[in-house]
Design a binder for this molecule. Structure first.
Ligand SMILES: *[C@@H]1O[C@H](CO)[C@@H](O)[C@H](O)[C@H]1NC(C)=O
Length: 298
């Protein structure tokens, strides 16, 4: 009976609203990750370093990956000096064989991987017509394809152990297009597509509702990745600090959130943008004057 199905559907939707309201009032519970093994790519500096420190602070054992070994060695030292457990590895995330090799080593050194944070990313901050094919390929290799290599190394184990969390550090650029970073936006839109559909695929396969996926879409951070950030209203669309973003990112992982922006208020702006006419959205975007300048013009 279709009527019964619809009533059932409506009832479960209302239940979801009630649950959200309860979480809004009393806060969502956080899971405990102490003793779990977490991998962070691009952990040698900026947001990756902050994510690693935050995970260690929450009691996780952290495997630190970066193409730049001295960078991760320093973070490794920092974590150990606060009594945390960590290991550092040189890893080129664009190489599937390198990823496989390093992830096997992590398994031997720290144990099976419970948490994967795909953070490594690059940008060229160059207008579309000035991008070289090599630059475009590189951005996709680091920002998008690497997620396929790391996820396929950990997902079978997570499903078998019925425990795991995969986090993608995407960007607001994965939700909204921005000039001067066309290749970067495209690579982050692709990450959002990967995360949304993979989450559905894992859950459609039923057996495993204990493997969670979280996509983090921060606004521009002052890590030096974008040398010329601009925002007209800093309180509304701030240039974020990586330590704040890391805290919010890990907290939303502990709550099993699917996708968030940092600050979370930016999600409201994104949602409004999607329902107003395209032209109106563009007018508002121009007025907010939020974005990045090209690195080329210096
Ligand atoms: C998050 O997921 C884990 C594993 O499925 C579960 O044990 C925990 O209760 C969930 N926490 C929240 C806040 O939903």
């Amino acid at each position: 009976m279709i009527i019964i199905e619809i009533v059932h559907l409506l009832a479960s939707i209302i239940l979801i609203y009630v649950k959200s309201l309860i979480h809004l009032i009393f806060g969502k519970p956080r899971k405990d990750i102490s003793g779990q093994v977490a991998v962070v790519t691009g952990a040698g500096h900026g947001l990756g370093r902050e994510l690693a420190l935050e995970l260690s602070h929450k009691g996780a054992k952290v495997a630190l990956l970066d193409i730049n070994k001295p960078g991760v060695d320093k973070v490794d030292h920092e974590i150990k000096s606060t009594g945390g457990v960590s290991c550092s590895y040189q890893c080129d995330v664009t190489s599937q064989t390198d990823v496989q090799k390093v992830f096997n080593q992590i398994g031997d050194n720290l144990g099976p991987i419970d948490i994967l944070i795909n953070n490594a990313g690059i940008t060229h901050c160059t207008p579309f017509m000035d991008l070289t094919p090599q630059q475009i390929r590189k951005t996709f290799e680091v920002n998008t394809l690497s997620h396929f290599w790391t996820i396929s190394s950990v997902l079978p184990g997570m499903i078998a152990r019925e425990r795991g969390h995969i986090v993608a550090i995407s960007s607001i650029a994965g939700l909204l297009g921005t000039p001067n970073v066309v290749e970067y936006c495209a690579s982050k839109f692709a990450v959002n597509g990967l995360m949304t559909s993979l989450e559905k695929e894992i859950h459609a396969n039923g057996a495993n509702n204990n493997v969670h996926l979280t996509t983090i879409c921060p606004l521009i951070m002052d890590t030096g990745m974008f040398k010329k950030p601009k925002t007209r209203f800093n309180s509304l669309l701030p240039i974020c600090s990586p330590s704040d973003v890391a805290k919010t990112a890990i907290d939303s992982m502990l709550k099993n959130d699917s996708i968030i922006t940092v600050p979370q208020s930016a999600m409201a702006i994104y949602r409004i943008e999607k329902i107003v006419p395209e032209e109106a959205a563009q007018k508002v975007q121009d007025w907010l004057d939020y974005g990045v300048g090209s690195h080329k013009s210096d």
